[in-house]
Design a binder for this molecule. Structure first.
Ligand code: PSU
Ligand code: MN
Length: 306
């Protein structure tokens, strides 16, 4: 039993008891990644996509210092109230203990969601994009805690690659240095969130069976126990061409002068949404759904094998 104050939704609790497939979803994308009220509509849609695939969604967040694994309707209402009253925290891995002791509410980032999913016994987690090595890292030293979590926590993260607001080559090299496996779903090219391309190669994987098998092996061998990244390209019809998004990102980065630390990623996402006139938000929603669909299939595969 975990010493973390984990509260399961009824749906997640019974799925755990019955050994049914569960998919973890994060909440920073809701609290900080997308504008409200669209953010909540998107969350409900992601949960519907999960259920339509026969999988139970476990949206993870902190609410009044409790670690929620699965948000019920009343939790979402309280989360929104908190957002409107005092604002929600962005809670990364290192922030969890203090957030609990100060009874905070907030969105859990990829790193924090990975930990709570793992503690709850959930192996697959779908999100939009991971944090990584920021551009200008040589000076700023800004490397997301998501990479640290992928190194330490045995959960598979399905994402649409890494955003071009990051230094993608440096992000991939760092993942490799830390011996974190990265696979491209039915692609030889590492996707860059809004675009299917990045110009960088990735090891291709075409079947979920071998992926699930290798994750089970990796988890069983102490020296290899770590996370795994499955990069799923955005659907063609929703992508923003790489050259075009690069230009928009340059503009967003210019406007981010003086912004650093945990504020940087939400700031850049918001700036991009404005500069692209909402196009980046539409792309974000499309890739989230796509990742949740693939994550659900993977969660099912893993629950059949384990
Ligand atoms: N990328 C997105 N949307 C997001 C995030 C990343 O496209 O909402 C969030 C995720 O929760 C991720 C976090 O874990 O930002 C990374 O923040 P930072 O760069 O401060 O580590
Ligand atoms: Mn950072």
């Amino acid at each position: 039993m975990s010493i973390l104050p984990i509260v399961f939704s009824e749906e997640v609790r019974s799925a755990l008891n019955e050994g049914r497939a569960i998919l973890a979803l994060e909440s920073t994308v809701i609290s900080h990644g997308l504008p409200y009220p669209l953010s909540i509509e998107v969350l409900n849609e992601l949960e519907s996509v999960t259920r339509a695939n026969g999988v139970v969604p476990a949206t993870i967040c902190l609410l009044d210092g409790k670690c929620l694994v699965g948000m019920q309707e009343r939790d979402k209402e309280r989360f929104i109230d908190k957002m409107q009253d005092e604002g929600l925290s962005k809670i990364a891995l290192r922030d969890i203990p203090m957030a609990i002791s100060q009874k905070k509410s907030g969105g859990t980032t990829v790193s924090a969601t990975m930990l709570l999913a793992h503690k709850a016994g959930i192996k697959v987690f779908a999100t939009g994009g991971i944090g990584g090595v920021h551009r200008n890292w040589q000076d700023s030293k800004d490397i997301s805690m998501d990479i640290k979590a992928l190194e330490d926590i045995p959960v598979i993260v399905v994402c649409a690659g890494a955003k071009a607001i990051l230094d993608i080559p440096a992000t991939l090299e760092t993942l490799e240095s830390k011996s974190i496996p990265v696979y491209g779903w039915q692609t030889d090219e590492f996707p860059s969130f809004y675009s299917r391309e990045s110009g960088l190669k990735v090891e291709r994987i075409d079947d979920l069976d071998s992926l699930a098998q290798s994750f089970i092996l990796q988890t069983a061998i102490t020296e290899l126990r770590r996370g795994m990244l499955l990069a799923n390209p955005i659907p063609k019809e929703s992508e923003i061409p790489f050259e075009r998004i690069q230009l928009l990102i340059e503009d967003a980065l210019k406007s981010a002068k003086g912004i650093s630390g945990k504020e940087l990623t939400p700031f850049l996402l918001d700036a991009l949404a404005h500069i692209s006139d909402g196009e980046s938000v539409q792309a974000n929603i499309a890739l989230l759904k796509n990742n949740v669909h693939l994550g659900s299939l993977l969660a099912r595969k893993l629950s059949q094998l384990s």
